[in-house]
Design a protein around this ligand. Structure first.
Ligand SMILES: Cc1ncc(COP(=O)(O)O)c(C=O)c1O
Length: 393
């Protein structure tokens, strides 16, 4: 059944993490609480499912595989719906104060009270697809103009989805990191506001808000779980998702928090490389991974500040793991539910399947029969044509 998941293909860097309090100083408990209070009032808010894949767990000889399915999130297809849209509202709130001296509540923005002012503000970002969709949706919801930069490999279907929320979508030559740079330059030249999910020197507030927004998802998981799981596998692009989840888990469970394992594609493993060098390190992307949302060569420094204190292991996996994992979820065995999971969603699940059947990796990662493993199914079929092609291959 698991012939496609060769443990030999996994690279594992075990990491002696630093000690510190980044888990509560980079994104504070108040940041998480404020974001949750806002996002949970949005139309269409509903907790996403947390599935227990019992049959799969049994075949992997572990106690439990818990799969948080972000496919249904706000009808946008991924957990990213929580971050960009919320950060957009916060940028507008700050700008109303700075530019017009208006002290707006987020509810005022939602009700359109300041629409005549917000429409003069342009929000901009680079994206592989999901963050841009969230920002475009948020800009529309809160009444701002929106420009999204995409790189040459982002599918037209993903671009169309962003246009459907009224964004101006601009395709550039180059990869994701190039699109971040171009968005930045154009924003500076035109007085637009970048709402990015990654941070850089002197740019930290919107990415902090983005990560605070993701806390809604972690909070839903926490509400459903007691005791905490033993392990969590978190896929990394720039690292924002992973940093947010492990910070929130640590704030809740302290030393009882699960062991944090980061998973990245071989073709874009900047966090894995940062762990090996024990310092923030970028990698050059020479080929796009099928895990489009994870195709980032430059880690977010804010996220790294958390991960260097919370993560115990960094894994790098090949693209060949992805289609079999998506198919396994689409057509499960036994009584496990059928789940629609996109390419970036299954990285953690694919990794645990490969690990669980290999004695050395099991031992090195502390996986035992009693282990309870949490994975984040971070997206559904965000590119439906690609999803159908993979599943029918
Ligand atoms: C579906 C999906 N999963 C995971 C990630 C990784 O998130 P981050 O870049 O915050 O590490 C992304 C990023 O775009 C994504 O779209």
């Amino acid at each position: 059944m698991f012939v496609d998941f060769s443990a030999d293909a996994i690279k594992h860097a075990s990491y002696t993490h630093h000690t510190g309090e980044a888990f509560k100083s980079v994104i504070t408990p108040q940041d998480f609480a404020y974001a949750s209070d806002e996002i949970m009032t949005w139309d269409g808010y509903a907790a996403t499912p947390l599935y227990r894949l019992e049959n799969l767990a049994q075949s992997l000889n572990v106690q439990n595989i818990l799969y948080k399915d972000e496919g249904p999130r706000f009808g946008l297809g991924s957990f990213k719906a929580l971050g960009g849209a919320y950060a957009a509202a916060k940028v507008l709130q700050r700008e109303l104060k700075n530019k017009f001296n208006e002290q707006a509540f987020l509810s005022d923005l939602r009700s359109g009270k300041y629409a005549s002012l917000t429409k003069s503000i342009t929000l901009v970002s680079a994206t592989d697809g999901n963050h841009g969709r969230s920002l475009a949706w948020g800009a529309q919801k809160f009444g701002a103009d929106c420009k999204i930069y995409i790189h040459s490999e982002v599918s037209e279907e993903r671009a169309k989805a962003m246009r459907s929320y009224g964004a101006d979508v601009i395709r550039i030559d180059g990869d994701y990191d190039d699109s971040v740079r171009i968005a930045k330059t154009n924003a500076e030249e035109n007085g637009w506001f970048i709402v990015s999910d990654t941070s850089w020197e002197s740019y930290t507030q919107p990415p902090t808000d983005v990560m605070a927004g993701y806390g809604v998802m972690t909070n839903e998981i926490i509400q459903e779980l007691s005791p905490p799981p033993s392990h969590v596998l978190l896929q990394g692009g720039v690292g924002g998702l992973a940093a947010s989840v492990c910070a929130a888990l640590r704030q809740k469970w302290g030393k009882e928090s699960p062991r944090v394992i980061i998973v990245e594609p071989d073709l874009a493993n900047c966090l894995y490389t940062s762990a090996i060098k024990d310092t923030l390190t970028s990698v050059h992307i020479t080929e796009e991974t099928i895990m489009a949302g994870l195709s980032c060569g430059e880690p977010s420094p804010l996220a790294w500040n958390i991960l260097r204190e919370e993560a115990s292991d960094f894994l790098s996996i090949p693209d060949t793991f992805i289609a079999p994992a998506m198919k396994l979820l689409a057509k499960p065995t036994g009584n496990d539910p059928a789940i629609v999971a996109g390419e970036s969603a299954v990285a953690g699940l694919a990794a645990i399947i490969a690990i669980a059947k290999d004695e050395t990796l099991r031992k090195n990662l502390g996986i035992e029969t009693a282990s309870q493993i949490l994975v984040i199914g971070s997206e559904g079929a965000t590119d439906k044509a690609l999803y159908d092609k993979i599943i029918s291959s």
